[in-house]
Design a protein around this ligand. Structure first.
Ligand code: 5GP
Length: 200
């Protein structure tokens, strides 16, 4: 069995990656979500071990010292990290793994796992991004312009990914990502076992 795909999805804040990832997980069989560890408190409705492993800063630092993370980063003042162990197990079994992580984390994974599939989600227009950030709520004018500036910088970093997917509608974005995954699965380099079995 060939290894599964390591699929990494990031996007500027307000691009709707959470919604897109939930749909992908619901629609693609054999795709597993990598549950990150975080030091941020659980939000209402979140359960330990489902959305995240909620840990203390000390526990998080122990995990770092024990080399348990594939990557970790500080995002908005909290630590987030991708536990390495389960990912490797699944990829070895030929299962695909989805990481929904921030850009710094994704750039680190790119260094370690260049064979991964790196997808950057984009808003259709800058106006739409502004609208989505406003609709999210409670921003003061100053926070709002800071967030827009941050989002523009994040979008700039998207050039380093392999795929750019515009999230105009969730349906369309999900279809495009499914097409990317289907094409990646057909790459010759990922089908060594098939060639072997047909040429023996
Ligand atoms: P939230 O706290 O809203 O769930 O997530 C905040 C940000 O942290 C999002 O951009 C999310 O993609 C990112 N994030 C979640 N898990 C990880 C992780 O394991 N590593 C990194 N680098 N970022 C993460």
């Amino acid at each position: 069995m060939d290894r599964g795909l390591l699929i990494v999805i990031s996007g500027a804040s307000g691009t709707g990656k959470g919604t897109v990832c939930k749909r992908l997980l619901a629609e693609i069989p054999n795709l597993f979500y990598s549950i990150s560890a975080t030091t941020r408190p659980a939000r209402v409705g979140e359960t330990n071990g489902v959305e995240y492993f909620f840990v203390t800063v000390d526990e998080f630092k122990n995990w770092i010292a024990e080399g348990k993370f594939l990557e970790y980063a500080e995002v908005y003042g909290n630590f987030y990290g991708t536990p390495a162990h389960k990912i490797e197990e699944r990829l070895k079994r030929g299962e695909d793994v989805l990481l929904e992580i921030d850009i710094q984390g994704a750039l680190n994974v790119m260094q370690k796992r260049p064979e991964g599939v790196y997808i950057f989600l984009l808003p259709p227009t800058i106006e739409e991004l502004k609208k989505r950030i406003i609709n999210r709520g409670t921003e003061s004018a100053e926070t709002f312009s800071r967030r827009i500036k941050a989002a523009t910088n994040e979008i700039e970093t998207g050039r380093k990914y392999q795929y750019a997917v515009v999230n105009d509608t969730v349906d369309a974005a999900v279809e495009k990502i499914k097409a990317i995954i289907a094409a990646e699965r057909c790459k010759v380099i990922r089908n060594e076992n098939l060639f072997e079995s047909l040429t023996k």
